[in-house]
Design a protein around this ligand. Structure first.
Ligand code: ATP
Ligand code: MG
Ligand code: FE
Length: 354
């Protein structure tokens, strides 16, 4: 089964061809991706209008590139899959209209994919993880712990009550003048820093439940900076603050996931894996901490390769394949959705992005 996936929900324009019935390691046939980082860097964050225009400028070429690399034409496809939300609506519309046009002209089935579901199912693309599994979804707009029961069946065990983890990384990096995007820059700076120099809080640690909170930690970094002697921060100051922040965030996430593991084991005694996905899952200390936690709990730990943690089209094609295997196809009149929670119990008004 050959599927073309298209992703345009944030600042990556991406197309990929996935062969869904191939063994793991051989499923992604081709991938074309264009990051808009340079276009957004001067603004220190993603500018929706610039993102939408850039997706429009590049999507056709990226689709052509993915198809050419795969050595196939549209007629050879079994189906298409496209991110239909949640995300920046202007970008999502570009991807959806492109996919609808190809599907209509070539009479191919089309699957509207939830971007978060793309992240959530990626560990089954890279590794053959069986359902149910425990998922830490940590990205630019989301921070959730979910029990993934099956395709389309997600039970939320915890969520952030304020910022997403990636958002916290990005804001603190900006505060420290570490550049954009913040996550990777902050991780790099932290390598040279002493995480013990500043005493930063571990939000939610020891509290019941599995929810997250990062805004107090972010404020604490700001207050620490304000208390420093006047003048620009030294490179060492920045590195120590970055290391302190990262250690506190990882510690807090670890505590929450530890609670979630207990709950997961009660609810799903035959579950075997702790899985992480989303852009922040690229963070090396976080991965190491989760790996140790999983080992202690006798669970397998699965984290996709870094390029499939951040936004990409292979995960969208794969999520489409998972739905197609269950006979689910979208009708061509589906609408792009700026908000689209994964779990049925999601509150209507909280949580960035969904
Ligand atoms: P969402 O998926 O919630 O809609 P998004 O698509 O913008 O949001 P992703 O592309 O999945 O998010 O992830 C981007 C985020 O991951 C950014 O906040 C970025 O700073 C963060 N990130 C990337 N690499 C790292 C890293 N090594 N350490 C920490 N954070 C990282
Ligand atoms: Mg991105
Ligand atoms: Fe994402």
């Amino acid at each position: 089964m050959l599927i073309l996936g298209i992703e345009t929900s944030c600042d990556e324009t991406a197309a990929a061809v996935v062969r869904a019935d191939a063994p793991k390691g051989g499923r992604v046939v081709s991938e074309a991706i264009l990051s808009q980082l340079d276009e957004h860097r001067p603004y220190g964050g993603v500018v929706p209008e610039i993102a939408a225009r850039s997706h429009l400028d590049h999507i056709d070429a990226l689709v052509a590139q993915a198809m050419e690399q795969a050595g196939i034409g549209f007629a050879d496809l079994d189906a298409l899959a496209v991110t239909a939300g949640p995300g920046l609506i202007g970008g999502v519309i570009v991807g959806v209209m492109t996919a609808k046009a190809i599907a209509a002209v070539h009479r191919k089935p089309l699957v509207a994919v939830n971007h978060l579901e793309g992240h959530a199912l990626t560990p089954r693309l890279s590794d053959d993880v069986p359902f149910p599994y425990l998922l830490l979804l940590v990205s630019g707009g989301h921070c959730q712990i979910l029990a993934v029961e099956d395709v389309g069946r997600y039970r939320r065990l915890g969520t952030t009550i304020d910022d997403a983890a990636g958002e916290a990384f990005d804001k603190v990096a900006k505060m420290l003048g570490l550049g954009y995007p913040g996550g990777p820059a902050l991780q790099k700076a932290a390598e040279r820093g002493d995480p013990r120099r500043f005493d930063l809080p571990r939000p939610m640690k020891g509290r019941p439940g599995c929810d997250f909170s990062f805004s107090g930690l972010k404020t604490s970094v700001r207050q620490t900076v304000e208390k420093m002697p006047p003048g620009p921060l030294s490179e060492q100051d920045k590195a120590d603050l970055a290391a302190g922040f990262q250690a506190a965030l990882v510690d807090s996430v670890r505590d929450r996931v530890k609670k979630a593991i207990i709950l997961f084991k009660e609810l799903y005694p035959h579950g075997t894996a702790l899985v992480t996905a989303g852009g922040v899952a690229a963070n090396v200390p976080l991965r190491a901490s989760l790996k140790a936690l999983a080992a202690q709990a006798d669970l397998d730990f699965v984290a996709p390769p870094l390029k499939w943690c951040t936004d990409n089209a292979a995960m969208i094609a794969w999520a489409g394949a998972e739905h197609l295997r269950r006979g689910a196809v979208s009708s061509l009149d589906f609408k792009p959705r700026p908000r689209w929670p994964l779990d049925p119990d999601a509150p209507k008004s909280t949580g960035a992005g969904a």
